[in-house]
Design a protein around this ligand. Structure first.
Ligand code: UD1
Length: 335
């Protein structure tokens, strides 16, 4: 049996491919390489020691999907391929709605028509918006504040309705803040353009390719005044997808799960830990708040533990150490 992984050359997708192959599953990657490099496929083939099957196509391309389903024995789909930038989605909302909804609709239609039994959706804690209570549970209100967040909520709804009308089991995985890289250092996050997320920026400062970190506000109502997030190692996240694929939740079911660690970490704590792990100074300035940032967000992960038998295993220093190893490998500037 084979799993179709859309966006399998991307950040979370590529790590999930490694985790899937480790269980002996056959995988077909479908990726249009709009936000991934072809070199990732070579790294994946070396890491998994398989001749990974890769199809270069858009996840909304029904002809390509039907062709894959006809020629391989696809029994499940994990759908990562999506636009994923909050600020970009505010600037170009229709491009986000078109892309993220069309691919999910197309894949869901294909799943139903072809009797594919399982669908795992890459969703995000961004669906909770600011209304979140702490820790955030799966029953917290959904109130996304950006077009990107709205597309994720809508994709969840599409799958819930598709499952209610069929034998499909859909699992909606709401990620908190994925960081880190595969421990080999061979795959990791390759932001196209300037990184915006905290850990990639901190690591660039440690590497010396950026002079200083800007901390966006230290006047939040938190113990050290900086914002708090639930950072999760990308390999824990990857293993969460395997657990979601393997869980028996029943046909007609659609179930959402938070994937986080349940531990909140402040920006200052991240900077201190990164400085220890990299053995480098990380100079910073405190500047004004970034518009739209939440003060605190961390996950209640008990549902995933109980129903998927999954919980995150790796702690912050391991996330940062693995990210650092990957970045050093990528960069010829550091000895
Ligand atoms: C962002 C995205 C979210 C995505 C997540 C992980 C938004 C509103 N949300 O979340 O959809 O799932 O990344 O990819 O964009 N910070 C600094 N200096 C920096 C960068 C960040 O102080 O240079 C602070 C931010 O103010 C924030 C915290 O670090 O409070 C974490 O930021 P970031 O890594 O961008 O994640 P989120 O904003 O939580």
């Amino acid at each position: 049996m084979t799993t179709l992984v859309t966006g399998g050359a991307g950040y979370v997708g590529s790590h999930t491919v490694v985790a899937l192959c480790a269980t002996g599953r056959e995988v077909v990657i479908l990726d249009d390489f709009s936000n991934a490099k072809h070199g990732v496929v070579d790294a994946l083939r070396a890491l998994t020691r398989t001749q990974l099957d890769v199809v270069e196509a858009d996840a909304a391309d029904r002809v390509a999907i039907d062709q894959i389903c006809r020629s391989r024995n696809i029994d499940s789909i994990i759908h990562f391929a999506a636009h994923k930038s909050v600020p970009e989605s505010i600037l170009e909302p229709l491009r986000y709605y078109r892309n993220n909804l069309a691919s999910t609709l197309t894949l869901a239609e294909a799943a139903l028509e072809r009797g594919i039994a399982r669908f795992v959706l890459s969703s995000s804690a961004v669906v909770y918006g600011k209304a979140a209570e702490l820790p955030v549970t799966e029953t917290s209100p959904l109130a996304p504040e950006s077009p990107y967040g709205a597309t994720k909520q809508m994709c969840e709804r599409i799958l819930a309705d598709a499952s209610a009308d069929s034998r499909l089991q859909s699992v909606l995985l709401r990620y908190f803040n994925p960081v880190g890289a595969h421990p080999s250092g061979d795959i990791g996050e390759i932001p196209l353009g300037e990184p915006q997320n905290l850990v990639p920026v901190v690591m660039e400062v440690a590497l010396g390719t950026r002079s200083k970190l800007q901390i966006f506000g230290d006047d939040y109502n938190t113990p050290d005044g900086t914002t708090i997030r639930d950072y999760i190692h990308v390999m824990d996240l990857a293993e969460g997808h395997v657990a979601a694929l393997e869980a028996n939740l029943g046909s007609h079911s659609s179930r959402a799960f938070n994937l986080g660690t349940g531990v909140g970490t402040s920006v200052h704590e991240v900077v201190r830990a990164a400085s220890e792990v990299t053995q480098r100074e990380i100079p910073f300035d405190v500047v004004g708040r970034r518009p739209g940032d939440l003060s605190e967000s961390w996950a209640d992960c008990r549902r995933a533990a109980t129903e998927l038998g999954w919980s995150a295993q790796r702690e912050l220093k391991q996330m940062l150490g693995d990210h650092w190893r990957f970045l050093r490998r990528q960069s010829r500037r550091v000895p």
